[in-house]
Design a binder for this molecule. Structure first.
Ligand SMILES: [Zn+2]
Length: 272
């Protein structure tokens, strides 16, 4: 009898400890359980490219001024959005880890120097994070490119800061639908390998150049080890049943103000 009660006491003690540990784990992300989302999260992924002043307004899908970019970020913050990275999103989808309330993923394509010079310090100051999809074959390129690209050294500095997560946008930005199987393989695997080798991290996400993809490329990306694939759809947000190999992104245009950005996100969230 004595042994049995001791045994039961042990079980209860373990149960209490496990429960406390699990509860503590849940609160880690954002301070309190009330501020987290555990299911039915609707996660917008925003897409930016280059940051600069004085661009042709017709090019506002790829450019935004430094001042307006900061306004976008402040508006997200004021509207209660919390920036997360793809690892957090994966942990939520696959392992059921909670996300902060109103999660949003900020992304940049191509890896331009302006991301390092403008976006990185702004995000750092505002305590926000973003993901940059780079072209591994263009690192540090300044000639024969539309805009200069940041270097591996700068990529390392950003990655190590915890503000920026670097992922793949291929090696040389081809249209993946028009390449041979061998070239698609090379673009997927070479960029992943170079990111992992140079930045000492795993590369889990692939963003298709021009947002163009087909089923074959998606399967090859999965086989190459990418856990998530993103494209450009300009419609909708990501929900629990959205395929991880077809995550949606919304272009954050450089000609809309912060208020319009929040409204655009709202419309895409509610319309789905
Ligand atoms: Zn691109």
């Amino acid at each position: 009898m004595f042994k049995l009660s001791k045994f039961l006491f042990g079980i209860i003690l373990i149960a209490v400890l496990v429960f406390n540990f699990a509860a503590a784990d849940t609160t880690l992300t954002d301070g309190s359980i009330a501020d987290t989302v555990e299911h039915d999260a609707k996660v917008p992924i925003l897409l930016y490219h280059n940051i600069m002043d004085d661009f042709d307004p017709k090019q506002s899908s790829v450019h935004i001024s430094p001042k307006l970019f900061e306004e976008h970020m402040l508006s997200l913050k004021n509207a209660g959005f919390h920036t997360i990275d793809f690892n957090q999103y994966y942990d939520y989808r696959i392992n059921g880890q909670p996300l902060p309330e109103k999660p949003v993923i900020i992304t940049f394509d191509d890896g331009y120097s302006s991301n390092y010079e403008q976006a990185f310090p702004t995000l750092k100051r505002l305590d926000m994070k973003a993901t940059i999809f780079i072209l591994t074959g263009r690192m540090g390129a300044a000639d024969d490119v539309t805009y200069p690209h940041f270097t591996w050294k700068q990529a390392r500095e950003m990655q190590e800061s915890g503000v920026i997560d670097i992922q793949s946008h291929s090696d040389l930005h081809p249209n993946m639908m028009q390449q041979s199987v061998g070239r698609v393989q090379l673009e997927l695997r070479r960029s992943k390998y170079l990111i992992e080798k140079n930045l000492n991290k795993t590369c889990d996400v692939f963003a298709y150049p021009y947002g163009l993809y087909n089923n074959q490329a998606q399967e090859m990306a999965e086989k190459a080890g990418y856990k998530m694939q993103v494209f450009v759809g300009d419609k909708g947000v990501n929900e629990d049943d959205t395929s991880l190999r077809q995550l949606k992104r919304l272009t954050a245009f450089g000609n809309i103000n912060g208020e319009q950005l929040i409204e655009m996100i709202k419309q895409n969230t509610e319309g789905h």
